[in-house]
Design a protein around this ligand. Structure first.
Ligand code: TMO
Length: 325
């Protein structure tokens, strides 16, 4: 009796292997939608859609949830959202770390991409501001960047408020002759850049790498005093003994993925996929370019990226997961 049963199950297994060659993993492990966080810059939206579309091909239900770059970590730690694909060291480390410390959020691995977020200018400005990219040289010619709104101080075109950059504090801490004028959305940064470049006028704005800008415009990041974690915590650190933020952002920052700590137990294969998902600088710059230059929606750009980069994403699909047809 026992022998007969064993014989059957052995042949069933043999048949399965003969037909498929693979024992398929049971996904989705839960039919609840995986909630993918969307932020407010284009490469993030494309990567979020790449993750979402590949998870759908694996069999998962997916929902997209817009969130603020700082508050998203609390939302994930509370289990209200499941993962975010671009956590930038320069702008998100304090909020990310705070949520990691609660135990509700986990670090889901680091991309190959090396990142930087900093004040940036088109190279032709070096003709009128000698000594760039040093921040003191920029400060010495602040009046060239003055606008009706900021005169006699120079205008720094700053990022949307939720990117957590503390530039007004930096300007004060370094006693600079600049005023930060933040934009409401990233597209306004590029509109300001294009209009200045067309007239060859001075402009200094927030930018980052990898981004589509580096392939389109010649420019450089301003060099501020080197970042040190103590700069953001200890007033005594740095050139101003009474203030924090008297330094630049990391020049070789990491780029991570972050997830709700319950994700791995609820959808083990989706979590394994997220951990393996890995983008390079060139891939992220290209992702942004498809939206910012070619005018695709993030959804379309993700579909195109998936069609053109099978070699890259195949390696992220956990073993035994069927992608359907
Ligand atoms: C968070 N960002 C990449 C826009 O600096």
């Amino acid at each position: 009796m026992t022998g007969w049963k064993l014989g059957i199950s052995a042949s069933v297994v043999a048949l399965g292997v003969a037909l498929g060659g693979t024992a398929y993993a049971e996904v989705p492990e839960s039919s609840d939608p995986v909630r993918v966080v969307l932020n407010n810059w284009t490469s993030q939206n494309v990567l979020a859609n790449v993750a979402g579309q590949l998870l759908e091909r694996m069999g998962y239900a997916v929902e997209y949830k817009p969130s603020d770059t700082q508050l998203q970590f609390t939302a994930m730690a509370n289990g209200d959202m499941d993962f975010q694909v671009e956590v930038w060291e320069g702008s998100m480390w304090p909020a990310f770390k705070e949520a990691l410390d609660t135990g509700g959020l986990v670090d889901a691995g680091t991309h190959d991409a090396v990142t930087r977020e900093e004040w940036w200018y088109p190279t032709y400005i070096e003709e009128v501001c000698p000594g760039l990219p040093d921040w003191k040289a920029l400060d010495a010619c602040a009046d060239k960047f003055a606008t009706a709104e900021t005169s006699p101080k120079g205008r720094f075109v700053g990022p949307p408020a939720d990117w957590g950059k503390h530039y007004s504090e930096r300007i004060t801490a370094l006693n600079m002759n600049f005023v930060e004028v933040p934009v409401g959305q990233a597209a306004t940064l590029w509109a300001e850049l294009v209009s200045a470049v067309e007239r060859k006028e001075p402009v200094v704005l927030f930018n980052w790498t990898p981004n589509f800008i580096e392939a389109k415009f010649e420019g450089k990041f301003v060099e501020f005093p080197d970042f040190d974690p103590a700069c953001h915590e200890d007033p005594a650190w740095g050139s101003n003994p009474d203030a924090i933020y008297d330094c630049g952002a990391p020049k070789q920052g990491w780029l991570k993925k972050g997830a709700w700590s319950g994700m791995e137990a609820k959808w083990p294969k989706a979590y394994e996929f997220l951990v393996k998902m890995n983008f390079s600088n060139a891939q992220i710059a290209k992702a942004a370019d498809m939206v910012d230059s070619d005018g695709l929606s993030p959804e379309e750009a993700a579909t195109k990226w998936i069609a053109e980069n099978e070699d890259a994403w195949r390696a992220w699909i956990p073993e035994g997961v069927d992608l359907g047809s």
